[in-house]
Design a protein. Structure first.
Lengths: 111, 116
């Protein structure tokens, strides 16, 4: 089945640093989503991207839909301790309601 | 607004017992999804429903797993008999139906299942 390769698997950064993570695939997707999961909770939607080349921001978060439609990245600027969690990318193909998820990037922010 | 509600939040039971996980989707959402999350395999879609009808159950691991949605506000995922390898966090998610651009899924907080 389709796979999303998400990297890095984990990141350890200092508060105030910028963060970048990405998701790639050999398949084309027409929707990219970024979710954040905190311990003991379900994934929460951060950003949704619907068009190739689209760049969307949500506060300190910025995500882009790659022009090849095979990748997406998420940037977090000026990280703070509450950014800690696991960030997942998810892609949707065609008109399907099914999402393919990456394995996640675990972010640790040291105060 | 209430989000997706799952119960129980934690379940510990012995191998061979029947396990029933419950989900109440967000009111007005037409789609309901069941996922399983493990360290090894990440988030896997088990089954999803549209307007209470199962659409795709290709992710259900085997006949021991079954899911039902008797009405728009309730769904169950049942494992019978349970096995230790079923230990995982099970998530339910729901989303609105079509009506323009794609509407993303909203997740509950999951049920952490441990089979001893």
């Amino acid at each position: 089945g389709q796979q999303l390769n998400q990297s890095p698997q984990s990141m350890f950064i200092q508060e105030g640093e910028d963060v970048s993570m990405n998701c790639t695939s050999s398949s084309i997707f027409n929707t990219w989503l970024w979710y954040k999961q905190e311990p003991g909770e379900g994934p929460v939607l951060l950003i949704a991207l619907y068009k190739a080349g689209e760049l969307t921001s949500n506060g300190r978060l910025t995500a882009q839909f790659g022009i090849t439609r095979k990748d997406s990245f998420l940037n977090i600027s000026a990280s703070i301790p509450s950014d800690v969690g696991i960030y997942f990318c998810a892609g949707r193909q065609g008109g399907s309601e099914k999402l393919v998820f990456g394995k996640g990037t675990k972010l640790t922010v040291n105060p | 607004d209430a989000g997706v509600i799952q119960s129980p939040r934690h379940e510990v039971t012995e191998m061979g017992q029947e396990v029933t996980l419950r989900c109440k989707p967000i009111s007005g959402h037409d789609y309901l999804f069941w996922y399983r999350q493990t360290m090894m395999r990440g988030l896997e879609l088990l089954i999803y429903f549209n307007n209470n009808v199962p659409i795709d159950d290709s992710g259900m691991p085997e006949d021991r797993f079954s899911a039902k949605m008797p009405n728009a506000s309730f769904s169950t995922l049942k494992i019978q008999p349970s096995e230790p390898r079923d230990s995982a966090v099970y998530f339910c998610a729901s989303k609105p139906g079509r009506g323009g651009s794609y509407q993303p899924q909203h997740f509950g907080d999951g049920t952490r299942l441990s089979i001893l």
